[in-house]
Write a protein that binds this ligand. Structure first.
Ligand code: SAH
Length: 250
């Protein structure tokens, strides 16, 4: 009999920001495929005899091709195993969970999705920044800074929406993105924020304006993995207070 696959959100980093449902499934899984943005402490929830398979794409390791990950999940499920696919944040937010569910369905494997807390909401929230606030943003746009060729983002059009822009994977292309937003009419003094390793003890952040954010990040040594927030709500970031509270907790 076939087993099944759970596409599970591990949350943004803080090991307490995972759901009870995710923990319950981790406690039963035979095989756990774990991404590299997942906090390794979460493996404490797995069975002592569970097989743990790291499929990370960074950290100096050779990346595991997506097709290989998918084949492996399908094979493990066909062998009758309960497979937990543990992904950073929410499995359907820029995490290739979409590709995985399609492949699993095509293979006739039972699959269930367990939502997680996404970094784009949780990282700004650590600083007291709500990605929506009815006085300053009619909504929020979650967007990748690293779009696929042929599927490029119309940054000028996004600038006109007045929504908060929450950019994932945006560090490398930030100067280019900012140039396009400004060309699209976004005011240079629009508040902006970058949060690296949000919700983790090593979290770092910087607040600036959209025009000065990249230089401020470089000066502060803030890089990937980071969430970039552009919009009036970024001005609500309480960086000093947060740093103090982390310092007290340490
Ligand atoms: N599925 C994940 C996102 C995967 S894409 C989620 O829902 O959060 C990977 C990108 O997410 C990183 O490049 C970075 O932009 C962002 N990211 C993930 N975890 C993060 C964290 N703890 N702090 C800041 N950014 C993070």
């Amino acid at each position: 009999m076939n087993g099944s696959v759970y596409l599970i959100g591990a949350g943004p980093g803080d090991p307490e920001l995972i759901t009870l449902k995710a923990v319950r499934i981790l406690q039963t899984a035979d095989v756990v495929l774990i991404d590299d943005l997942v906090n390794p402490q979460l493996l404490g929830h797995t069975r002592a005899d569970a097989r743990i398979i790291p499929v990370g794409k960074r950290g100096g390791c050779r990346s595991t091709p997506q097709a290989f990950i998918q084949r492996q999940m399908i094979q493990e499920a066909r062998n009758g195993n309960i497979v937990a696919r543990l992904k950073g944040g929410d499995p359907f937010m820029f995490g290739r969970g979409g590709e995985e569910i399609v492949a699993l369905r095509e293979a006739g494997i039972a699959v269930e999705v367990v939502s997680g807390i996404t970094a784009g909401i949780a990282a700004p929230a650590t600083l007291g920044v709500p990605v929506t606030h009815r006085d300053w943003a009619p909504g929020v746009t979650f967007i990748t800074g690293h779009s696929r060729e042929g599927n490029e983002v119309n940054w000028a059009a996004l600038a006109a929406t007045r929504t908060t822009l929450v950019i994932y994977m945006g560090v490398k292309n930030l100067p280019d993105i900012v140039g396009k937003l400004l060309a699209g009419g976004l005011a240079e003094d629009t508040p902006a924020l970058a949060v690296q390793s949000g919700t983790l003890a090593q979290q770092r952040e910087v607040k600036a304006t959209v025009a000065t954010l990249h230089a401020a990040m470089t000066a502060a040594g803030i890089g990937s993995p980071a969430i970039v927030v552009i919009g009036a709500v970024a001005d609500l970031a309480q960086i000093a207070a947060h740093t103090e509270s982390v310092a007290k907790a340490a």
